[in-house]
Design a protein around this ligand. Sequence first.
Ligand SMILES: [Zn+2]
Length: 259
Amino acid sequence: MPLAWIDTHAHLDDERFHGDLAAVLERAVQAGLQRIVVVATTAIDSPNCVTLAAKHPLLRATVGIQPNNIAEESPTAWDEVVALAQRSEVVALGETGLDRYWDRTPFAQQEDYFARHLELARKIDRAVVIHCREAEADVVRMLRAGFDNHGPVRAVMHSFTGDLATAQACVQMGLYISFAGMLTYKNAQALRDVAAKMPLERVLVETDCPYLAPVPNRGKRNEPAYVVHTGAVLAQTLGVPLDVIAEHTTRNARALFGI
Ligand SMILES: [Zn+2]
């Protein structure tokens, strides 16, 4: 029996999986994956993620609008997300968050939508998947405001690349920190130094596939089965056996998403 894993962030609705999704899911099962969270980035792909999750028992879905996509959305996009959010396949809202790297959506509008996702998640008891790029202080500020007013929210900082202070601030507010393939890259020692200080009770692994495959598959199309490689580096980084990382990340993912 392989160790049990959960890929907490996969874009399986991406067209790069259209031709061979069944084989991708079969390899995931062989690799020990027990669940895969299929993450939406637009109002258009949100229903596709829900449909995938309804079809495959291995899959659960999120619905939401990624900050860089907000500006291109139709006026009814948010209502479409809200209408889907309480479907039984939907375990989280997102990915949402803030992004100062790409300049595609005015920042105030990103903040507005991030706040909407957080508020809806509290209202309908779903988790939140948070994207953060070069906006760590702003994300922490908004999370802190919510935390001070309403207490902890179930949420994950997905594909974390921030610094230790950001990670610790998020952990203190009860969030999870999810590591993706970048953790395995040779030039990512600063990220591994952050991961090394994270409590086992708060770490998750993800692929963010089809992007940024972990070593030894770097450069290839990423897929959920490869999450094991990120798990292995996380185990080395934290100085614990592989089965301990598999057990904790799987348990953490189940608690976060209620899966
Ligand atoms: Zn993503």
